[in-house]
Design a protein. Sequence first.
Length: 106
Amino acid sequence: MDYVYIPLGGSRVSVPRIYFNLLVTMFISGLWHGAGLNFIVWGLLHGLMLAVNRWWRHRSGNVAAKSVVGAWGSWSLTFVAVNFAWAFFCMDIHTALFYFQRLIWG
């Protein structure tokens, strides 16, 4: 955050630029973990998830924090999305895609 996100302007810039900053920061985080395509996909997925989360909180007025069901649903969705992305971190692209194919279609 201190070396990439803040120098890009952090969250003190226009809204589209905030989303861009999140994607670039997580893309670089993926490259930092390894130069393989799977790490880049992992970083971009996390950047996309952060951007969608920020957009949703702004759009909905952070409704998830106002109810137990909303908080539980948000936690569950985050858990599933992050675990989905971890498959790309620990497997190469072809293996991860095969894993999801087998997971969905058997």
